[in-house]
Write a protein that binds this ligand. Structure first.
Ligand code: PFF
Length: 461
């Protein structure tokens, strides 16, 4: 099959490990280490975790597999994939929403990714040492609102992302994630052990694992679903794009399960690294988005050997973010490169520049340009909330509906069992889920969470 560049064949991942490293790299990101702990903290800890796990298993894994099926079958970017599999229909719109979501997600995601670089810098130059809580809060809020500095780090981060994507699927994405993912795993395990061995850590475990079902309402359920989609990178065509680079001999079902389990394990490990430490130092966990930038430095400061752990933690965050940003950028690059026939290099430059510009405005909305806000939400909050809680669930809903109802079941099953060469015993269960369970569950949680039905009191986004 012809690639983005006229005279080369379409690229693919070179090995099973490469596929898993790349897809888990996309899934494991700020969503696991920065977002999951604070969203869980704000929504009741253990009860949230259980709801989240149920969504990952029942909806997340099948939705991920659906994206792989669409991508690999079509061998195309998200827009081209729907065009090829459902010519002359409105389905390519789902792909377009995905490409648009790539822009909105990267715009705020690289803001936060940039913060991790600033905190790496602050740690290396000892600038977080012996600061009181008030000073740490000050450091964070002043920095975030300061304009040029967060913008500078954001641009650096986008350039790093662009550089890897520029080098292509095998030499850029696969090669870099194969190095970064094992490193990430090592770091998070080390941090988890450190946190769990602190005196008083047990309280944190209780908070994370003891469910209090009275905390669950429609709003919490939507947050859990949004977080599951965000964390697994589902709903905007990232996994359609990566799926299109998976060779016909790989087992898609196994890949979806491995990647989802790895992502969930890392979210729990992040919880284990953060909450025991938070409770050991008697801090309230509902700290919101600033949890890792204010609370953690405070803890590291009081911990024996804290600077080392702090350094390693921010390296972890930066790596996790980078393996995700490349997957999002690849959606835009695959679209421009393939559909508009510009080739990878031009498409990478164009998308990187365009997203950087949007990103800069997002960062500025948190400080120098407060007028960039709608309905009281800054551009940053707006993009964060609408991407996770609106765009991704809607995208995910369309994708499972497409696989459940638009493609013929034989075609879907043949893609899952590699034209009859694999057993794929769970294929009938998968078909049932994508036809009925997942669409109904996503639609209910979505509408409820938005408060349209008013059941259980509706819910805030
Ligand atoms: N899954 C990433 C994370 O958890 O940080 C974020 C993300 C990547 C969301 C790719 C959506 C996406 F398509």
């Amino acid at each position: 099959m012809q690639g983005f560049d006229k005279n080369t064949p379409r690229e693919s991942f070179g090995s099973q490990i490469g596929v898993i490293a790349a897809a888990a790299g996309s899934a494991v990101g700020l969503g696991n280490i920065w977002r999951f702990p604070y969203v869980a903290g704000e929504n009741g800890g253990g009860a949230f975790l259980l709801t989240y796990l149920a969504f990952v298993l029942l909806i997340g894994v099948p939705a991920m597999l659906s994206e792989f099926v669409v991508g690999r079958k079509a061998q195309r970017n998200p827009v081209g994939a729907f065009r090829r599999l459902a010519p002359g229909s409105a389905w390519p719109a789902v792909g377009f929403i995905g490409v648009a979501a790539a822009f909105t997600i990267l715009a705020f995601y690289t803001t936060v990714a940039g913060w991790t670089l600033e905190y790496l810098y602050l740690t290396i130059f000892d600038k977080l040492d012996h600061l009181q809580k008030k000073d740490l809060e000050n450091t964070f809020t002043t920095f975030v609102a300061s304009g040029w500095r967060p913008v500078m780090w954001q641009v650096v981060f986008m350039l790093l992302t662009g550089f890897i994507v520029f080098k292509g699927v095998k030499n850029g994405i696969e090669r870099s994630t194969k190095i970064m993912m094992p490193l990430l795993l090592l770091i998070i395990i080390a941090l988890g052990i450190r946190s769990l061995t602190l005196p008083g850590a047990a309280e944190g475990l209780k908070f994370l694992f003891r469910p209090d079902f009275s905390k669950i309402n429609a709003g919490v359920m939507l947050q859990a679903l949004g977080q599951a989609f965000f964390s697994l990178s589902i709903g905007m065509g990232t996994l359609i794009t990566y799926g299109s680079y998976i060779r016909k001999s790989e087992n898609l079902g196994k890949t979806a399960i491995s990647v989802s389990l790895a992502d969930t394990a890392i979210a729990i490990l992040a919880g284990l690294a953060i909450f025991p430490a938070v409770f050991a130092f008697k801090i309230t966990p509902e700290a919101g988005p600033s949890l890792v930038f204010i609370t953690l430095p405070m803890i590291f400061d009081q911990m024996a050997g804290g600077v080392i752990f702090e350094l390693v933690f921010f390296i972890l965050l930066a790596i996790a973010a980078l393996t995700s940003t490349i997957s999002v950028l690849e959606v835009a690059v695959a679209y421009f490169g393939e559909e508009l026939a510009m080739g990878r290099k031009k498409a990478t430059i164009l998308s990187t520049v365009a997203i950087t510009v949007l990103g800069i405005f997002t960062t500025l909305s948190m400080g120098p340009m407060p007028e960039l806000s709608i309905a009281g939400l800054s551009l940053f909050d707006l993009l964060d909330k609408t991407s996770a809680n609106v765009l991704l669930p809607l995208g995910g809903l369309c994708i499972v509906l497409f696989v459940g109802w638009k493609l013929r079941p034989e075609e879907v099953v043949s893609e899952i069992n590699n034209a009859g060469t694999l057993k794929a015993r769970l294929a009938p269960l998968f078909m049932f889920i994508v036809k009925f369970l997942a669409p109904v569950a996503i639609a209910l949680v979505f509408l409820n969470g938005l408060g349209l039905f008013g059941f259980f009191g509706g819910g805030d986004l």
